[in-house]
Ligand binder design. Structure first.
Ligand code: ADE
Ligand code: ZN
Length: 337
């Protein structure tokens, strides 16, 4: 890739819409928080922990990811984790970030819902004050747990309704189809929450369909397997349903064997509102700009695709129309030079 394209990718204004905040915990911070909280880890050093990051599929990653999150105990821990991510995001010229968090990973360990959400929310507020970065929080239900447990989590969350904008669905996809959560998503819709779900990462295109038909989600997280179903692809194009694609994640979790096999360009060529995101940057080898660089290095993507992806990131964001337009104008002004 020529130097001017890689500079444009780094500097262009952009939004990130698919980042699990617990997936931004770097091994160094895991060790620092473990020390601060008197927790003994199963790994002897930062290097040993990083050495264990050799995943064969989604589940092999999730096992290590949930273990890493176990060092988070206090509100300050959640603040420090989020603050570290937002500093990286700011360095990557992210203007708007929508963060996922997994409350059940914490409440199951006896950490209060308030502890997690207040720490994350305070860091988002500080980023707005310091850099003018806009941000929002989406709470995900763990799909390997029951719908009843999701309902219980929603009850815990409702006193903090002003601190999150929506709900998502993550964790082990295969064997846990979206329709398992039809009632809790219906309730969230009634409550006016924004709705998203992971679908079509490892799971089949049918899960994308049921996420739309049964859960009524507004965006699909990943969704890369939609191209296996022509009719579904046409529907996603027609209804402008955004896909939050995560190239380095797909590589590390073996959704694609090599980056040059990734279908990001086909998704764009099909007319889909595809976006680029980091998913779990501490585990997958890079933050948002690293994802752009890796994809553009391996695929015949050009400057016009960079502009399209930056525009898509704001088009797909849960922002009001005038803020979206302001950000998209910034993108167009950036590429006009
Ligand atoms: N939780 C964190 N990252 C995830 C991913 N890529 N898929 C499903 N659940 C996740
Ligand atoms: Zn994800």
């Amino acid at each position: 890739m020529d130097a001017s394209l890689s500079a444009a990718l780094r500097k262009m204004p952009k939004a990130e819409l698919h980042i699990h905040i617990e997936g931004s915990l770097e091994p160094e911070l895991i060790f620092a928080l473990a020390r601060r909280n008197g927790i003994t880890l199963d790994y002897s050093s930062v290097e040993a922990l990083r050495g264990a990051y050799a995943f064969t599929d989604l589940q092999s990653f999730l096992d290590i990811y949930y273990a890493g999150a176990s060092v988070l105990l206090t509100e300050q821990d959640f603040y420090d984790m989020t603050r570290a991510y937002l500093e990286r995001a700011h360095a990557d010229n992210i203007r708007h970030a929508e963060l996922f968090f997994d409350p059940q990973t914490h409440t199951e360990r006896g950490v209060a819902f308030a502890t997690a959400i207040n720490g994350i929310h305070r860091a988002l507020q500080d980023a707005r004050l310091k850099w003018g970065m806009t941000g929002a929080l989406i709470m995900c239900f763990l799909r390997h747990l029951s719908e009843e447990e999701a309902f219980a989590t929603l009850e815990l969350a409702l006193p903090y309704r002003d601190k999150f904008i929506g709900v998502g669905l993550d964790s082990s996809e295969r064997g846990h189809p979206p329709e398992k959560f039809s009632r809790v998503f219906a309730r969230c819709k009634e409550l006016g929450l924004r709705l998203v779900a992971h679908a079509g990462e490892e799971g089949p295109p049918a899960y994308i369909k049921t996420a739309l038909d049964v859960l009524h989600v507004e965006r699909i997280d990943h969704g890369v397997r939609c191209l296996e179903d022509e009719e579904l692809t046409q529907r996603l194009v027609r209804d402008k349903i955004p896909l939050t694609v995560c190239p380095l994640s797909n590589l590390k979790l073996r959704v694609f064997d090599e980056m040059h096999d990734h279908n990001l360009l086909q998704l764009l060529n099909a007319g889909l509102v595809a976006t680029v995101n980091s998913d779990d940057p501490a585990y997958f080898g890079g933050y948002l700009n690293d994802n752009f660089i890796a994809a553009f290095d391996a695929l015949p993507l050009e400057r016009r695709h960079a502009q399209q992806l930056a525009r898509n990131s704001f088009a797909a964001a849960f922002l009001d129309a005038s803020t979206k337009q302001k950000y998209m104008d910034e993108v167009d002004a950036f590429f006009a030079n």
